[in-house]
Write a protein that binds this ligand. Structure first.
Ligand code: FES
Length: 160
């Protein structure tokens, strides 16, 4: 069955006629042409599809587009200045190889730093995030090329 869905993505409102079963991921890629968000596993295991829903990291393959009508959605195309700074840090530190996981990594890292700035409890408090903490907080984003050291360096720099 189809329904009318109204989504706010990267600050723009979209009215769509969608099958109720369409995931947010498929909606972004196939209906809104926002193909920066990637599909890896399509079952919540890889993090390639990470977007921000009201500032929180979400695997967009695991939620229905119709569930997100009240929310503000941000994708890799719409992260603004924090996204730009993080992208540049990824390039500087070789935080990627094939690049497929990169949009999800960047969305996740930007939200993670915002959570940290907002005071989400940290084991080290004001001293800043440790490498182990950054790794743990980004554990939901897999990189099959194994560019983790570069990713860590990029996030460390962007988080300064
Ligand atoms: Fe959504 Fe892998 S595609 S977690």
């Amino acid at each position: 069955p189809s329904i009318q869905v109204c989504l706010s993505v990267n600050g723009r409102r979209h009215e769509l006629e969608l099958d109720t079963r369409v995931s947010l991921l498929d909606c972004l890629r196939e209906h809104l042409a926002l193909t920066g968000t990637k599909k890896g596993c399509d079952q919540g295991a890889c993090g390639a599809c990470t977007v921000l829903v009201d500032g929180e990291r979400v695997n967009s393959c695991l939620v229905l587009a119709a569930q997100c009508q009240e929310a503000e959605i941000a994708t890799i195309e719409g992260l603004g200045e924090p996204g730009r700074a993080m992208r540049e840090a990824f390039v500087r530190h070789d935080g990627l190889q094939c690049g497929y996981c990169t949009p999800g990594q960047i969305c996740s890292a930007v939200a993670m730093l915002a959570e940290y700035d907002a005071g989400v409890p940290s084991a080290v408090g004001a001293a800043g995030l440790t490498d182990a903490e950054i790794r743990e907080r980004l554990a939901g984003n897999l990189c099959r090329c194994g560019a983790y050291n570069g990713i860590l360096a990029a996030v460390r720099e962007a988080g300064r």
